[in-house]
Design a protein around this ligand. Structure first.
Ligand code: NAI
Length: 331
């Protein structure tokens, strides 16, 4: 029996993500929580003839507690998205307290769940979650993930296009490390597999496109939000990987996620490779029954990519301390 809970299930990401999770046959209970409209989304999705039983929850009458109780995995796309001209950090003031309060609920009602944070700014909301769970004495760093899969998904699509093979995007694997915001997103294009020959100016423009790919969507939606459908795809893909690994059928292919580098011994090597800080970084991880099983090294990184990592680390340090201080200063 596997219970999955989506928090923010009626939103732009939450609805298609819930739909995709309904197609995951490992899930037997699908709990959809939101501050609005979740019963309607649940009623709609519940008619699909896949195994999971779907229920919708609203805040009154302990809705959050009921949605979280016994959850094995909690996926969080709750909060506000960007509008044109906004950075992910601009969302901090609203989303920080939303994520903090959800983390309090997780600590009380689903302390052993895998927690997948989608709400931006991920660079800060993951430390917020971690600090709350630490305060409540239930923090397991192997079970907390910032979802950066969309950056990996975008990288393969954009590289396939640049290589003149747009229909082959599935085959291109590109490590994307760092954080999930602008220059903190670091694609390691030199490690593209299968290898492609790209001149330096193409590398630079591709790097920029992967770092700021989200802006293309924000601009095209023209005030109606940010990436929702591609994010739902990426979130469902990562949730499936976590659940498959939990069921003992994990893949040998690493996944990329923003995790606490102290969660596993390999994290120390990554920390020293990037300059001993920050505490959280998106890295290649092997997932197992208890979450992060192994943090892999970053492989051979060229000078250009070292420069990108340096810039990413500078920004990340600030994003992380902002999240940590927010929880410290909260009542
Ligand atoms: P949206 O506004 O369409 O949906 C957010 C949902 O959260 C709404 O239904 C809202 O009612 C709900 N919500 C607000 N406060 C809540 C609370 N306290 N508890 C439960 N639900 C609550 O936004 P969208 O487009 O779905 O984006 C959600 C978040 O995901 C944003 O922060 C966005 O920046 C982020 N995002 C993250 C990405 C990533 O790669 N990690 C990619 C794209 C967006």
């Amino acid at each position: 029996m596997v219970k999955a809970t989506v928090i923010g299930a009626a939103g732009g990401i939450g609805q298609p993500l819930s739909l995709l999770l309904k197609q995951n046959t490992l899930i037997t209970d699908l709990a959809l929580y939101d501050v609005v409209n979740s019963p309607g989304v649940a009623a709609d999705i519940s008619h699909i003839n896949t195994p999971s039983v779907v229920k919708g929850y609203l805040p009154p009458d302990g809705g959050l507690e009921k949605a979280l109780k016994g959850a094995d995995i909690v996926v969080i796309p709750a909060g506000v998205p960007r509008k044109p001209g906004m950075t992910r950090d601009d969302l901090f003031n609203i989303n920080a307290s939303i994520v903090r309060d959800i983390a309090v609920g997780i600590a009380a009602h689903a302390p052993k769940a895998f927690v997948l944070v989608i709400s931006n700014p991920v660079n800060s909301t993951v430390p917020i979650c971690a600090e709350v769970l630490k305060k409540k004495g239930v923090y397991d760093p192997k079970r907390l993930f910032g979802v950066t899969t969309l950056d990996v998904v975008r990288a393969s699509t954009f590289v396939a296009e640049a290589a003149g093979q747009p229909t082959d995007s599935l085959k291109f694997k590109i490590p994307v490390i760092g954080g999930h915001s602008g220059v903190t997103i670091v694609p390691l294009l030199s490690q593209t597999s299968p290898s492609v020959s790209l001149d330096q100016s193409t590398v630079e423009s591709l790097t920029n496109r992967i770092q700021f790919g989200g802006d293309e969507v924000v601009k095209a939606k023209d005030g109606a939000g940010s990436a929702t459908l591609s994010m739902a795809f990426a979130g469902a893909r990562f949730a499936s990987a976590v659940l498959e690994a939990a069921s003992g059928k994990g893949s040998s292919q690493p996944e990329y996620a923003y995790v606490d580098l102290t969660s596993e011994s390999g994290g120390k090597e990554v920390a020293s490779a990037i300059g001993a800080s920050p505490a959280y970084f998106s890295v290649p991880v092997t997932l197992g029954p208890n979450g992060v099983e192994k943090i892999h090294g970053l492989g051979k990184v060229n000078d250009y990519e070292q420069g990108l990592i340096k810039k990413a680390v500078e920004d990340l340090d600030g994003n992380i301390s902002k999240g940590v201080s927010f929880v410290e200063s909260s009542k």
